[in-house]
Ligand binder design. Structure first.
Ligand code: NDP
Length: 304
């Protein structure tokens, strides 16, 4: 039986690309690292580098007071943790769950953990596995501040920046979902743009430098847009919705003329037209946030 109970030991459950990167960073930092994965064999390289390979998740959990879980989703996390011997072994240990899922699932897992005497922090990783252990890694955490402070020295071994978002356990997942919304909508836009360009005889490689240019103008727009949303004042001085909707209609028209599905752009155009229909044509595009969720907490009064 492996058994390390001090602060220099950590267990990682789940050895996909991310779990392996996390375990590798813990090893590089000199922590006694115990690993387990459902499918055997994925721990080989880590064991060669000094990790202890556990034969079962309960053995892995018994080895360290801090257990990092990183699997495909919370169904997989539940399949591992909500299993009699593993649940028993987790009692009075801390789980840092870096598995991506929804805020509701984080809250549900926290309730389950509390019922079983397990300390629980939820987290999200916002950068690829290749960044782990480097300054580029970005981690978000939520849950009890005291618990976070206690385990922060071990989490720091993962490199990058760690931000504690507060005691609401669903907060890290909420940021994760919102940020992945930015990412996947942008990726859907990029895939669609490439299809459109190719239909016009432009290769993806030819488009790429200019697509990157679009990417570089977004940070300032995000920054200014956040102020607009929080203040409820949407300046359309530089680009009113009436102008934005016209360029969206061109994209829809050209796509459909080439037989390319324009569903995503049609949805965006539809929201913009609703904002215009409500008399906000001279406002900026982010006015549509108030159509998407008119009852959002913190929304300024009387802006619609
Ligand atoms: P995956 O998302 O593909 O997850 C693979 C891991 O999940 C493996 O350990 C796999 O075990 C395990 N798993 C799947 N189903 C089950 C199950 N029913 N029971 C037990 N274990 C199961 O790979 P990653 O490691 O890349 O991702 C892990 C998490 O990290 C995900 O939530 C992902 O969103 C997040 N993440 C990943 C990033 C990346 O760059 N890879 C970036 C940011 C976040 P087995 O080998 O047995 O199939």
């Amino acid at each position: 039986m492996i058994s390390h109970t001090d602060q220099s030991a950590v267990t990682v459950l789940g050895l996909g690309p991310m779990g392996r990167a996390l375990a590798g960073a813990f090893l590089d930092a000199g922590l006694r690292t115990t690993v387990w994965n459902r499918t055997p064999g994925k721990d080989r390289e880590l064991v060669e580098r000094g990790a202890a390979g556990a034969r079962s998740p309960e053995e892995a959990v018994a080895a360290s007071r801090l257990v990092v879980v990183c699997v495909v989703n919370q169904d997989a996390g539940d399949a591992i943790m909500r299993h009699g011997p593993v649940t028993d072994a987790l009692k009075e240990r801390t789980v840092v769950n870096l598995t991506a899922d929804t805020p509701d699932r984080a809250r549900d897992t926290a309730t389950w953990a509390a019922e079983h005497g397990i300390e629980y922090l939820d987290g999200a990783i916002m950068t690829p596995a290749t960044t782990i252990g480097t300054p580029a890694a970005v981690f978000l955490h939520s849950g009890a501040s005291e618990l976070y402070r206690r385990h922060r020295p071990v989490l720091d071994a993962l490199g990058g920046t760690h931000t504690h978002l507060g005691e609401d356990i669903g907060r890290a997942a909420a940021y994760d979902i919102a940020l992945l919304d930015v990412f996947w909508t942008a990726m859907a836009g990029y895939a669609h743009a490439i299809a459109l360009a190719r239909a016009e005889g432009v290769t993806a490689r030819e488009l790429a430098p200019f697509a990157k240019g679009i990417g570089t103008i977004l940070p300032a727009i995000f920054e200014r847009g956040a102020e607009e949303v929080d203040s409820g004042r949407f300046s359309g001085e530089d680009n009113p919705i009436t102008s934005a909707v016209s360029s969206m209609a061109h994209i829809v028209h050209t796509s459909e003329a080439h037989g390319i599905d324009a569903g995503v752009m049609r949805a965006a155009e539809g929201l913009a037209r609703r904002a215009i229909g409500r008399g906000h044509g001279t406002d900026g595009f982010l006015r549509i946030t108030e159509i998407l969720n008119p009852d959002a907490p913190g929304r300024p009064v009387a802006t619609l």
